[in-house]
Ligand binder design. Sequence first.
Ligand SMILES: O=P(O)(O)O[C@@H]1[C@@H](OP(=O)(O)O)[C@H](OP(=O)(O)O)[C@H](O)[C@H](OP(=O)(O)O)[C@H]1OP(=O)(O)O
Ligand SMILES: Nc1ncnc2c1ncn2[C@@H]1O[C@H](COP(=O)(O)OP(=O)(O)O)[C@@H](O)[C@H]1O
Ligand SMILES: [Mg+2]
Ligand SMILES: [Mg+2]
Length: 348
Amino acid sequence: MTTKRFSVGYALLLKKQKSFIQDSLVNLAKERGIDLIKIDTDKPLVDQGPFDCVLHKLHGEEWREQLREFLVYNSNAIVVDFPDAIERLRNRISMLDVVSEIEAVEDNEAATFGIPKQFVIYEPEKLKDAASCGEGLKFPVIAKPLVADGSAKSHKMLLIFSNEGFDKLKSPTVVQEFVNHGGVIFKVYVVGKYVKCVKRKSLPDIAEEKLDGLRGSLSFSQVSNLTSDDRNDDEYYKMLDLEDVAMPPISLITNIACGLRKAMKLHLFNFDVIRDTKVGNRYLVIDINYFPGYAKMPGYETVLTDFFWDVLNKKEARLFNCKNESMKLVDDNGGYCEEARCHNGSSG
Ligand SMILES: O=P(O)(O)O[C@@H]1[C@@H](OP(=O)(O)O)[C@H](OP(=O)(O)O)[C@H](O)[C@H](OP(=O)(O)O)[C@H]1OP(=O)(O)O
Ligand SMILES: Nc1ncnc2c1ncn2[C@@H]1O[C@H](COP(=O)(O)OP(=O)(O)O)[C@@H](O)[C@H]1O
Ligand SMILES: [Mg+2]
Ligand SMILES: [Mg+2]
């Protein structure tokens, strides 16, 4: 008896292909009857395939049109995910707006979540007094490029300690309060209904006593992706042991993951969460990324292959109207250590 084989076409930038399309993933998927096939972006999508599913991290009107046309001719195929849904993650304001759409659930540990206070400056060169734009915002603040398009520039941030620090800003910028968080971020990977939370090193806390002596700004980029060599040179990182850091409550993380998934109508993303040291049990979402570096997630081959299988066999609830669906938290071996109900029923 021959079992049906499926084909998943992928359209990814070269950097993403190199990190994501590893032999271990391709081979595992193949064993499960799923062929991963590269889409040639120089040729029309409709002339390629046939694909049962298209996976992509490309954008722009032309690509959007290609996907539309592909679906006209392949009405049974599945596109993961729709460009309109991905688009909101390319702007650091619309990206975090979605957090307010998630319903809070009662939590034994009474943990709460939200986003840091922030405002946007569209014309930094016309800025006279930054303090007056961000009512109630205290120094230090972080200036982040409004556009999150994956370019090196879009990851370049400034830690600003005083008004002079704003002089360097050029393009539209989000100014966000810097929240002391013990130098650790929690990165939560979502793959369909699977959730995996890992710890990463982050910016160190800034003591209030030190603030008076700090002026201007400091630039930084992709702190959580620093190599261990970068960190080994640094006294601060030598002292911080991630092992000792407590994880956030599982129910809180799965609730946010599930709420985001449904509100954004996306299957593949991760989000960064920090724990406000001052409050203790308050968690803030600071960043959401479409189709992140999954290869860094332990057991990514199994999780992704399971996801493809679910999508191809129509097991994945793609309409997100599943009030009682459960989310599964993946443990370090790729097994499921926790299953949590998805409580958010606000969007369908
Ligand atoms: O390249 P990697 O593996 O560091 O993955 C990047 C992500 O790192 P993470 O998985 O969160 O540790 C990274 O996450 P952060 O923004 O650093 O939190 C982004 O998702 C990045 O995509 P883009 O540059 O924003 O389009 C991701 O880059 P691409 O894989 O899309 O190039
Ligand atoms: N509001 C904040 N308070 C404290 N640290 C922050 C805040 N926002 C970002 N950071 C730090 O800056 C890093 C980069 O910010 P992030 O918004 O995640 O941008 P990117 O898209 O480049 O990852 C985070 O991983 C974290 O270390
Ligand atoms: Mg980030
Ligand atoms: Mg990001």
